[in-house]
Design a protein. Structure first.
Length: 306
């Protein structure tokens, strides 16, 4: 039986060049070698991609850290609260205004340099958590402090100002004696620092009494001094708003602040107060702005000491 004839003719086709023949006979890598080369190329691609991810992550982190605004948390009572958050504010509460309600406007980019001792970024968000009727104890018991603590980030400020309700002996659901008051202040300061925040203790803003011979005196008893004691004990930044407000209200005069700053309202003027109002604790917009300015001026004088 004849074997099939094998064609060993290596005669060049007229259409091919010598170079083509060289390429035609160029040896190819085996399958295992090809797979190895493919794996190496993939590893190079993965390594390059991973490197790019790391670089992008670092850049993104630096940009986001630079852009993240500092938050200024306000922990306090009705004198600081934001009433605009309530339903039907204009018809039910206006002109009642807490100083925290108008505080954001003081942190414009062109004014941040004035508080550069505390804030090193170019953007600030005021987060007003103050609530009417709260003392240091009830603010904690209701979980309001926990909410601040859970969101607090390094570099954020927490301005802590209580006293109006702590001193209310006739309202046992609010009342906190001096020793208890100090303990809650210590807690707030310690936990702010645990999260890398900056605590600022502030004595309570004064009420519109008592006036003696044209001078407004403190109405808060031992509570302002208790705040000062904790500030000294724990080396905490302090704003003496009790003193600042007494001085400012005295400068403006009793008649002026009674009519323009505090909630002493004539009848048939505001929808929410058809019969008028006599209130020498809470503020109209002008009073809230005056107090917010005092607080901001107090911040200007503070500086973090490394």
């Amino acid at each position: 039986m004849k074997r099939p004839r094998q064609n060993f003719d290596t005669k060049e086709d007229d259409s091919k060049t010598k170079n083509d023949n060289v390429a035609f006979f160029k040896p190819h890598p085996s399958g295992e070698v090809r797979r190895g080369l493919q794996i190496i190329n993939k590893m190079k691609n993965y390594t390059s991609f991973a490197f790019l991810l790391i670089v992008a992550g670092l850049i993104s982190g630096m940009v986001s850290e630079k852009k993240r605004p500092v938050k200024v948390f306000l922990a306090g009572d009705s004198t600081c609260a934001n009433y605009e958050l309530e339903d039907d504010y204009q018809s039910k509460r206006f002109p009642l205004t807490g100083w925290g309600q108008v505080f954001q406007q003081y942190f414009r980019k062109d004014s941040l340099k004035e508080v550069s001792g505390l804030i090193k970024v170019d953007s600030v968000v005021v987060d007003d958590r103050a609530k009417g009727g709260r003392s240091t104890r009830t603010f904690f018991q209701e979980g309001r402090w926990r909410a601040i603590y859970s969101e607090l980030q390094p570099g954020d400020l927490v301005i802590i100002s209580f006293g109006h309700n702590d001193a209310a002996k006739d309202k046992t659901e609010r009342y906190v004696d001096i020793d208890g008051y100090k303990e809650f202040l210590r807690l707030y300061v310690s936990q702010t620092r645990q999260k890398g925040g900056i605590p600022v203790l502030m004595t309570p803003v004064n009420r519109n009494y008592p006036w003696e011979e044209g001078v407004l005196k403190s109405c808060h008893g031992e509570y302002p001094q208790a705040v000062k004691d904790i500030a000294a004990e724990m080396n905490v930044l302090l704003i003496d708003l009790t003193q600042l407000s007494c001085e400012h209200f005295t400068k403006m005069g009793q008649d002026f602040v009674s009519e323009k700053y505090f909630m002493n309202l004539p009848a048939k003027t505001y929808t929410a107060y058809p019969d008028g109002q006599k209130d020498n604790t809470h503020f109209q917009p002008a009073g809230a702005n005056a107090v917010a300015q005092l607080v901001f001026d107090g911040l200007k004088k503070l500086e973090i000491k490394n």
